[in-house]
Structures are given as structure tokens and as C-alpha cells.
Design a protein around this ligand. Structure first.
Ligand code: UDP
Ligand code: MG
Length: 167
């Protein structure tokens, strides 16, 4: 199996239900390496690009609001990159099917997910569907220096920006 990276998001329902530890313990069964991790406040724009493949769906805006944390009073997600042999397939298998009612009951989504009365699948976790999606999504959520291995080609860009620093 090839060395791959995949994006994991612990969604706002996973954070609110205090499932971070359980989910990371389940993912540790893969023996993959965590090469990046951070908490992210998700903007509407970031959510929309992340879920761009759902743009024509009637539930698109609901899914964006869900990822932004508007339904859970938790305006953040935990984003991680898992790296190793067959990372995309291994993590996807542990996550289970998109619809938590159809997911294997012992998968993460099968164990902890639910379908809301609005019809949104609150499935606690995002896992890139395949390596191509993973590459796109990791570049969307992380900058090169936030990942402790070199996953993709980079370039040096010189820019003058104002940034906050510790006083
Ligand atoms: N989703 C939903 N209803 C659907 C399809 C998707 O609520 O009929 C939500 C669900 O939270 C899912 C996310 O939109 O995880 C992204 O959908 P996708 O088809 O990419 O599924 P995933 O890759 O997350 O399994
Ligand atoms: Mg998907």
C-alpha cells in the first residue's frame, strides 16, 4: 500500500458530545501517524469550498451551518492529518458510511452519529473520501509549515503582511 495522507475533521457535534478522545482512540487502531492537528473556526467560505461537491443539493446550506457549528454552539472543528500506508482507505473504513443509520454500528459514525429532524446527517467526523479529495482538502485546511512532513511540493512566496505577535 502507498504512503498517503488524509484529512480528518472532528465536527462540532463530535466536540460537543465530548467524543474527541473516543474518536482519536478509534483512529489509533490504524497505527497511522498524526502529522498535523489544530482547532479551526470555520468560516462560511471555508465550509463552502470544503463541501463544493454538494453545491447543488437542497441541504447544502444546512451542511455548511453544521460544519460551522451553528447547530451546536461550538464554532470550531478539530482538524488533523493522518499519514501512512493506505491512510485514506483505513480511516474511511473506521469512520463508516455517510448516513449514520446505514453505517456499520461499530464504526465511528454508526456508534455516535444521528439524523436530525431537519434531515442533516450529524456524523461526528469528516474523513476524505479518497486520496484525490485528501490532497485538495489538506491544502485547503493547512499551510505547509503546519504539517510536520513534506506532503506536497511548495514554493517560497515573499510577502509583507501584518500579523499578531505575543507582546
Ligand atoms: N450530508 C447530509 N445529507 C446527505 C449527504 C450528506 O447531511 O444526504 C452531510 C453529512 O454530514 C456528510 C456531509 O454532508 O458527512 C458531506 O457529504 P458527503 O457526500 O461528502 O459524505 P462524506 O464524504 O462525509 O461521507
Ligand atoms: Mg465527502
Amino acid at each position: 500500500m502507498a504512503m498517503e495522507a488524509t484529512l480528518i475533521l472532528i465536527k462540532p457535534d463530535g466536540l460537543k458530545k465530548s467524543l474527541t478522545g473516543n474518536i482519536l482512540t478509534r483512529l489509533s487502531e490504524t497505527k497511522l501517524e498524526i502529522v498535523a492537528a489544530k482547532m479551526v473556526r470555520v468560516s462560511h467560505a471555508l465550509a463552502a469550498v470544503h463541501y463544493q461537491h454538494l453545491k447543488e443539493k437542497p441541504f447544502f446550506e444546512d451542511v455548511l451551518q453544521y460544519l460551522m457549528g451553528e447547530y451546536h454552539d461550538r464554532r470550531k472543528v478539530m482538524a488533523l492529518v493522518y499519514y501512512g500506508e493506505g491512510a485514506a482507505v483505513k480511516c474511511r473504513a473506521l469512520a463508516g458510511a455517510t448516513n449514520p443509520e446505514e453505517a456499520d454500528p461499530v464504526s465511528i459514525r454508526g456508534s455516535y452519529g444521528r439524523i436530525t429532524t431537519r434531515g442533516v446527517y450529524e456524523n461526528c467526523i469528516h474523513v476524505s473520501a479518497n486520496v484525490a479529495d485528501a490532497d485538495r482538502e489538506i491544502k485547503l485546511w493547512f499551510q505547509p509549515d503546519e504539517i510536520i512532513v513534506d506532503l506536497y511540493p511548495t514554493q517560497i512566496v515573499v510577502e509583507t503582511v501584518e500579523k499578531r505577535s505575543w507582546t
